[in-house]
Design a protein around this ligand. Structure first.
Ligand SMILES: *[C@@H]1O[C@H](CO)[C@@H](O)[C@H](O)[C@H]1NC(C)=O
Ligand SMILES: *[C@@H]1O[C@H](CO)[C@@H](O)[C@H](O)[C@H]1NC(C)=O
Ligand SMILES: *[C@@H]1O[C@H](CO)[C@@H](O)[C@H](O)[C@H]1NC(C)=O
Ligand SMILES: *[C@@H]1O[C@H](CO)[C@@H](O)[C@H](O)[C@H]1NC(C)=O
Ligand SMILES: *[C@@H]1O[C@H](CO)[C@@H](O)[C@H](O)[C@H]1NC(C)=O
Ligand SMILES: *[C@@H]1O[C@H](CO)[C@@H](O)[C@H](O)[C@H]1NC(C)=O
Ligand SMILES: *[C@@H]1O[C@H](CO)[C@@H](O)[C@H](O)[C@H]1NC(C)=O
Ligand SMILES: *[C@@H]1O[C@H](CO)[C@@H](O)[C@H](O)[C@H]1NC(C)=O
Ligand SMILES: *[C@@H]1O[C@H](CO)[C@@H](O)[C@H](O)[C@H]1NC(C)=O
Ligand SMILES: *[C@@H]1O[C@H](CO)[C@@H](O)[C@H](O)[C@H]1NC(C)=O
Length: 774
């Protein structure tokens, strides 16, 4: 199928012209949003939310650079189209396995560079992707949960030129950063079956989480007769199967290997299944999910329907701005690509759900998991159960995980925060006694050191590596890397334990962990000043002294072996003690001093860093700063939370391909902006949503059991900056608090009615948001 008129709009694809009715929200999803500007979004086909299959192109730039999701914008050359990817991640590329590459002319050297530039820009809509290569071949992609579909259209290729598809098991996404986090291929095999199809297995390892060997099995079919096929290992080829009706196999320990399939037909469609269990299971997936004879546009239509039904239709707004609708629905889409639902594919015997590709809870615990609870409650509970089951089988819950291997731990054990958040909101369906035991393991047992070269002092795979110091001193000494940032996270993790212990009536534990949750205070240096503000978190030495002076604008390299991971002491000073805010305010010298210091975070040019953010100290592109703009609510200045969070949401996000401020981090950025659109912000681990200002005059969210939350606003103007809350009613009652609970908004559904205006007024005169540890 050749799709004429390669404009990115749906209307331009007659073959796919599902009428685009009002309730086809896929028309507002921009697949390329966040593919530049470091967003690393995967624009290929994710056939359904959390599907194992993420089928897309693997592109190499010149000079080579890491393509974290496989895709890179033009120019770049396509190396192949493969079945598995991550989305919106950093560190190092992962997957890019089980590939096909259309090649024209005789393939004398299958291990030669077979890459192709693109003739046109790639196009993509939900459920569909197309690349047109310089050799004239147009490749269209779609798929289902465990099977991909590739259609190679050779119509533009001269009739006397050979039309081939190369399947190379040695293909995967490489890393060029030189950090030792690159993937490797440890061998595999491919059998060309007597029917011309193929199946086999590949073993890969490495990636950001330095995973050991893992095996993926595959099963491919063709809808057209294979005229010739040959197996290859490096450039050595042997004629095989297909032509004579016998199966033949190639095995390799390394390097490129696989098969070259040659066709007479001008359009060749392939269905390919993948499985972590066996090639036979991969074959069953193909035939169950994409039966022989299924047309590509049917697969595309099914994928769109799934996205509409399961995710996109859950939020409906009133808006005349296509731009805002694109941001809204691209966010909803972008938060549902990973983790991957690998239920039935787990590496251990289990009847529990299994989710892999958690990348990472360090990124996701603030905004994403709390929103997943609302938008995709079934998948959310499955993810929580999966965490607990991984602890049952392997002894530890992951903070991050891919290819069946946990790691890396950047700070604390943030699955604790995720579980605590679910617990305080009354989530059912999780075995909470087991969940609490899993959390307790994190809090009490030092994990074995895997001696990761990037931070050899303690475990980077699971658990809290710096626990010995935490237990002994109540802070982490410079003997351990990331000593300050890990302490801040351990305190939040311990608060999570306290919350669950309280509910489970473990009184002693509740007291123990609540006390430990205050240990972030041990880093507070009331002497330290910066930009005329006083009081910052500083490294604390073994003898108990705080390091002084210590420039709060500096963090060493802000990386694995430094005291602060990824952001500066200024930023961590506002990222600490979110369960202890009354104490933060008191240490900061009271409300006014706190507000003045917090406003300094948003002053352009205050730091030489963050040039992409006008030199503000706050880095809206990194998770430790996610909550910062909303902290004004704790000082009775809800108007300033609205002002600064709205500024970030409208300045550094847009609907374009670079429309996310930095790495999406598995959708974390998208969820931050979604909360801003709703006019709410979740305080993970507490039953508290801070109130901001909604974008739309009406937003309706479908909740479980046919309930809904409707958020209405009158008098606002998104484009003219008219966004200050004048008054609010919640469920018809006048509301004077700058926060609400799960029960107020979500447990039974409800309404929020905002009046907005151009000037700040002091409407939130009720009780401040809670500070449970203060
Ligand atoms: C295969 O042949 C090509 C073309 O001669 C060459 O560039 C490539 O290095 C060879 N690869 C191997 C593994 O021999
Ligand atoms: C292709 O995409 C690039 C951005 O990646 C854009 O600058 C260019 O105009 C596009 N070309 C066409 C023909 O649409
Ligand atoms: C990875 O798998 C290959 C092939 O089976 C094997 O030779 C190698 O020893 C394995 N590596 C590890 C670390 O297990
Ligand atoms: C292919 O490799 C897999 C994984 O190592 C192995 O289990 C299987 O037996 C091999 N099959 C053949 C036909 O060599
Ligand atoms: C088919 O091809 C395979 C691989 O070259 C060869 O081993 C086999 O003998 C051939 N079978 C027949 C019936 O020609
Ligand atoms: C998955 O990883 C676990 C350890 O984390 C290991 O025990 C198991 O063998 C692995 N399974 C596969 C299929 O890779
Ligand atoms: C996850 O995958 C399993 C197995 O395919 C399926 O039964 C389950 O419904 C999936 N979960 C969701 C939320 O779709
Ligand atoms: C700090 O205060 C001093 C004295 O008021 C003033 O001269 C200086 O400019 C201030 N520095 C900053 C960075 O605001
Ligand atoms: C702790 O050690 C630091 C660095 O060696 C030193 O500067 C400081 O004076 C010591 N503090 C105490 C209380 O001994
Ligand atoms: C901040 O940066 C944005 C985009 O990078 C730009 O549009 C805006 O004008 C800048 N604002 C200031 C105050 O420099």
């Amino acid at each position: 199928m050749r799709l004429p008129g390669l404009s990115a709009t749906l209307a331009a694809f007659p073959a796919l012209a599902l009428a685009a009715p009002r309730d086809d929200y896929t028309q507002y999803v921009s697949l390329f949003r966040g593919t530049t500007n470091g967003g690393n979004m995967f624009p290929g086909v994710t056939p359904e939310p959390f599907s194992v299959i993420k089928i897309g192109p693997d592109v190499q730039a010149s000079p080579p650079t890491d393509a974290y999701s496989g895709y890179l914008p033009p120019p770049g050359r396509v190396l192949g189209f493969s079945m598995m990817h991550e989305s919106g991640t950093g560190g190092a590329p992962k997957y890019g396995v089980v590939s096909q590459m259309p090649v024209t002319g005789d393939v004398t050297y299958p291990a030669a560079d077979l890459s192709q530039a693109r003739k046109l820009n790639d196009t993509a809509t939900v459920g569909y992707y197309q690349s047109t290569l310089e050799n004239g071949v147009a490749v269209s992609l779609s798929g289902t949960a465990h099977a991909g579909m590739l259609q190679h259209d050779f119509t533009e290729v001269a009739s006397d030129v050979a039309k081939n598809v190369v399947v190379d098991i040695g293909h995967f996404l490489s890393s060029y950063r030189g950090r030792g986090w690159g993937q490797g291929f440890a061998g595999g095999n491919l059998t060309v079956r007597a029917d011309g199809g193929y199946q086999g297995s590949g073993i890969y390892n490495g990636g950001w989480n330095i995973a050991p060997n893992w095996t993926i099995h595959f099963c491919g079919t063709w809808d057209q007769p294979v005229t010739r096929s040959k197996l290859f290992k490096g450039n050595e080829t042997t004629h095989s199967a297909a032509s004579n009706g016998t199966a033949s196999t190639i095995s390799t320990a390394s390097g490129n290997a696989g098969a070259v399939f040659t066709f007479d037909a001008t359009t060749v469609t392939s269905r390919i299944g993948v499985s972590f269990v066996s090639p036979e299971k991969a074959c069953r997936y193909v035939d169950d999910e994409i039966p022989p004879g299924t047309a590509l546009d049917n697969v595309v239509a099914q994928s769109r329907k799934k996205w509409n039904d399961k995710v996109l239709s859950k939020i409906r707004v009133e808006s005349n701005s296509r731009d805002d609708l694109v941001q809204l629905y691209s966010n909803l889409y972008g938060m549902h690509l990973i983790p991957s639902n690998r239920t039935g594919e787990q590496p251990f015997t289990s009847t529990e759900p299994y989710y892999d590709d958690i990348f990472t809870y360090w990124d996701l615990f603030r905004c994403s998991t709390a929103l997943m609870h609302i938008i995709s409650p079934v998948a959310y509970v499955e993810q929580l159960r999966s965490l607990v089951e991984i602890w049952r089988k392997e002894g530890w819950m992951p903070d991050a995980r891919s290819s069946n291997w946990s790691g890396e731990i950047q700070g604390g054990t943030n699955a604790d925060n995720v579980l605590a958040d679910a617990y305080v909101k009354g989530v059912q369906g999780v075995n909470w006694e087991d969940a609490y035991m899993a959390m307790r393991k994190d809090a009490e047992t030092t994990p074995p050191n895997n001696r990761d070269p990037r931070a050899p002092d303690s475990s980077t795979t699971v658990g809290r590596g710096a626990l010995p110091d935490w237990l002994k001193f109540g802070y982490i000494t410079p003997k351990f890397s990331r000593a300050v940032s890990r302490g801040i996270e351990y305190a939040a993790n311990d608060f999570g334990l306290a919350q669950v212990a309280k509910g489970l009536h473990c009184k002693a534990d509740y007291k123990r962990y609540l006390k430990r949750s205050r240990n972030w205070r041990n880093y507070w240096s009331s002497k330290q000043t910066s930009l005329n503000y006083t009081g910052f978190l500083s490294p604390r030495l073994t003898n108990g002294s705080l390091k002084y002076p210590y420039d709060p604008l500096a963090c060493g390299g802000c990386y694995w072996t430094d005291p602060y991971y990824e952001v500066t002491p200024w930023e961590y000073t506002f990222a600490a003690g979110h369960h202890d805010m009354a104490h933060v305010l008191s240490l900061s010298g009271g409300k006014d001093a706190f507000v003045a210091k917090l406003e300094q975070m948003f002053v352009p040019g205050a730091t030489k860093q963050n040039s992409q953010f006008n030199g503000t100290i706050i880095n809206p592109g990194n998770e430790p700063s996610f909550t910062t703009p909303y902290l004004f609510n704790y000082a009775g200045r809800q108007d300033l939370s609205v002002k600064y969070s709205r500024y970030i949401a409208r300045t550094y996000y847009n609907s374009g391909i670079g429309g996310i401020p930095g790495n999406s981090d598995a959708g974390a950025m998208q969820t931050w902006q979604l909360w801003n659109m709703m006019g709410l912000y979740p305080m993970t681990g507490q039953n508290v949503f801070l109130i901001g200002s909604p974008w739309f005059s009406s937003m309706s969210l479908d909740l479980e059991g046919g309930k809904s939350l409707t958020i209405k606003s009158a008098g606002g103007d998104l484009t003219k900056g008219v966004f200050y809350v004048q008054s609010l009613k919640v469920n018809g009652k006048k509301w004077k608090q700058s926060w609400a609970t799960w029960d107020d908004l979500f447990a039974n559904g409800g309404t929020m009615e905002f009046k907005l205006g151009p000037k700040a007024v002091n409407w939130a005169t009720g009780k401040l948001p809670p500070s449970p540890a203060s």
